[in-house]
Every structure is written in structure tokens, then in C-alpha cells.
Design a protein around this ligand. Structure first.
Ligand code: NAP
Length: 311
């Protein structure tokens, strides 16, 4: 069931303005995708529905120097919240990103509209407790919506801390993350033995290994799935640079390459949430467009894979 906030965000942006398909291929920037309700998924544990595209904060939020560097990040988060976006993914290891997110969210007064996700990535129980307390302080919030063990580091100890925090109501959900195939075997083992709410893994149109076992297992176990690196950083944009959008992009309602790449990820049957890195308003408008209907069906997904494999 869609929650009231998502519903209001969707209604506020009706009627659906069908943006000109292939606007990008005619040399114009993609039309801001502001029409239609954002698709949502439920986060078990947190028992909340969130839109399926969130903001990743690695790199671009790690060390903005001065007001000039902070302004586009503030505009990005403001626009994201205005359009009904909720998930912001950060981590203590992303430089000053947690601090920057905490400051901007407080300044904008949008904390209650967001789902803040961070991570813990240290080697002992004591370090974990200390790092998590710092995350609360930097994010300027009394409750963090999701904390995940970053890249399985000290996973047993850290999950035990997260369980205690969840019981105390200080976090709403817990999980684990990875972005490397080398960890998939261990990742799968943790997924099988632990009661989690979420996982986060790398998956993209040209990086589909997670779909072999991790994503189906998440579906079987009932975990919400967050997808990192949905563009492979700049890899997919590099592969398609200077190419017009294919005709079939219009069939899935995609008006930009970013929407093509995201809609592929988002149409996996495990119903994931993608968290592309975004530090510009135009990316927010573009990427949230991928969270609106329609999504590719199985036949179209195969066609998309054949397209990228053929480049
Ligand atoms: N192990 C882990 O837990 C783990 C690992 C990696 C990432 N993550 C999370 O996943 C998030 C996503 O990964 P990522 O940011 O490294 O890579 P990504 O999402 O694959 O790519 C992000 C880059 O794509 C470009 N971009 C975004 N929207 C665009 C648009 N509409 N049109 C054109 N270009 C666009 C931006 O590049 P420019 O800014 O250069 O323009 C942006 O920095 C991270 O921010 C982080 O929160 C977690």
C-alpha cells in the first residue's frame, strides 16, 4: 500500500505531462520528468513504502568547499524532496557526506519526509558503537531509518549492535552491503543465515552478476534490495556516448539514457530501489522519471541486455 506522503507527492504532480520521447536524441536536454506517481516499495522492518529511486552520496558529497560547492547539493536535496523522493544513502567512509547531508536536511526542514540510510564499516564492536553514535550526530537525527554493515566488515558484531539499536527504536531497519563479486559468496551466506531487512548490491545493465543468485535470494528471503552503481559510475554513459536513444526507449517511457539504465535495474523481479549518485537538480528530475510507469517486461529486458552486449 502506498503511504500518504507518496500519494500526495504523486497527486501534486498530476496530470501526467507526457514528455516528448527521444527529446535527447534530437539534441535537447531531457524534459524534467515531473508527472505521474513514483512507484514505491515496502521496506520490511521499517514498515514504510519508499519511492524506488533514491540519492547516492559517495564522492560528490564528500568534501564540498564553501557555500558555492554546497549550493548545488542543497538544491539537489530540496528538489528530490519536492518531487516526493525519500531515500538518501550515505556512509561514514564517504568523507564528510553524512555531515553534509545532516546539515542540508536540517536547513531544508525535510527530515520527516526522508528515509535516511547509512552504514557502519569498522572492525570491532567498540568501534562500531562509536561510529554509529557519530552517524546520529552528523546526520542530526534521533532515528536513522536504515544502517547496513558496509561491505560485510566485522559483520557478526556489527549486526548484533544494529539489532540492539532496532529493538531500542533508534533505527528502523538493518542490512548488509557489497559492491564486489568477490564478496558474493560470503554475502549469500550471510543472507541465508541472518534475519535482515535489506541488502545493497551492485547491479547494472552491463553488470548483471548479482541477478544470478543474490537478487533471487533476496526475493526469496523477503529483503528489500538497494542497488548501488546502477550506472557503473560513468561506465554506461561512456558506452552509449553520442548514441541516440533507441526507438524502444519510448516503449518503456524513457527519455534519457539514465532512465533506460535505471528502468532496466528497477524492473528486476525483486523490485529494487536504485540509489544513483546525484549532485545536480537535473539528475534528480531525470532519474526520478525512471520511477514512473512503465517499466520493461521480461522480453524488453532481454532486448536491452542484447543491445548493451552488442556495443
Ligand atoms: N559497497 C557499498 O555499499 C557501495 C559501493 C558503491 C556505491 N554505493 C552507494 O551507491 C551510490 C551510487 O553509486 P555511485 O554514485 O558511485 O555510481 P553510479 O550511481 O553508478 O553513478 C553516479 C554518477 O552518474 C552520473 N549521473 C547520475 N545521474 C545522471 C543522469 N541523470 N545523467 C547523466 N549522468 C548522471 C553522475 O556523474 P557526475 O557526478 O560525474 O556527473 C554520478 O556521479 C553511491 O553514491 C553510494 O551511495 C555503495
Amino acid at each position: 500500500m502506498i503511504d500518504r506522503r507518496s500519494l500526495l507527492a504523486g497527486l501534486a504532480s498530476l496530470p501526467f505531462a507526457a514528455s516528448a520521447a527521444c527529446a535527447q536524441s534530437s539534441g535537447q536536454p531531457p524534459a524534467p520528468a515531473t508527472g505521474g506517481a513514483l512507484r514505491t516499495v515496502r521496506i520490511p522492518g521499517a514498515d514504510v513504502e519508499v519511492p524506488i529511486v533514491g540519492v547516492g552520496t559517495a564522492r560528490r558529497y564528500d568534501d564540498p568547499q564553501g557555500a558555492e560547492a554546497l549550493a548545488p547539493l542543497r538544491d539537489t536535496i530540496r528538489r528530490f524532496a519536492e518531487l516526493g523522493g525519500q531515500v538518501i544513502d550515505t556512509a561514514p567512509s564517504y568523507g564528510r557526506a553524512e555531515e553534509v547531508v545532516g546539515q542540508l536536511v536540517e536547513e531544508l526542514g525535510v527530515r520527516d519526509r526522508l528515509f535516511l540510510a547509512t552504514k557502519v564499516g569498522v572492525d570491532t564492536r567498540e568501534e562500531g558503537v562509536a561510529q554509529i553514535e557519530e552517524s546520529f550526530r552528523k546526520l542530526r537525527t534521533a532515528r536513522i531509518d536504515l544502517i547496513a554493515v558496509h561491505n560485510l566488515r566485522d559483520v557478526d558484531n556489527q549486526l548484533a549492535i544494529l539489532r540492539d539499536l532496532k529493538s531500542a527504536g533508534r533505527i528502523r531497519a538493518l542490512g548488509i552491503t557489497t559492491s564486489s563479486d568477490r564478496q558474493y559468496e560470503q554475502f549469500e551466506a550471510v543472507m541465508r543465515r541472518e534475519a535482515l531487512d535489506t541488502i545493497q548490491v551492485d547491479y547494472a545493465l552491463d553488470n548483471r552478476n548479482a541477478a544470478e543468485r543474490i537478487l533471487p535470494l533476496a526475493q526469496e528471503r523477503g529483503f528489500a534490495v538497494f542497488i548501488n552503481l546502477p550506472f557503473g559510475r560513468d561506465r554506461l554513459f561512456g558506452a552509449t556516448r553520442d548514441r541516440p536513444l533507441p526507438d524502444w526507449a519510448a516503449e518503456i517511457g524513457a527519455t534519457s539514457w539514465a532512465q533506460v539504465f535505471l528502468k532496466y535495474v528497477l524492473s528486476h523481479p525483486c523490485r529494487p530501489i536504485a540509489i544513483p549518485g546525484m549532485a545536480q537538480v537535473r539528475y534528480v528530475e531525470d532519474n526520478l522519471g525512471a520511477a514512473r510507469a512503465p517499466l520493461p517486461d521480461a522480453a524488453m529486458r532481454t532486448r536491452m541486455e542484447q543491445f548493451i552486449d552488442g556495443l
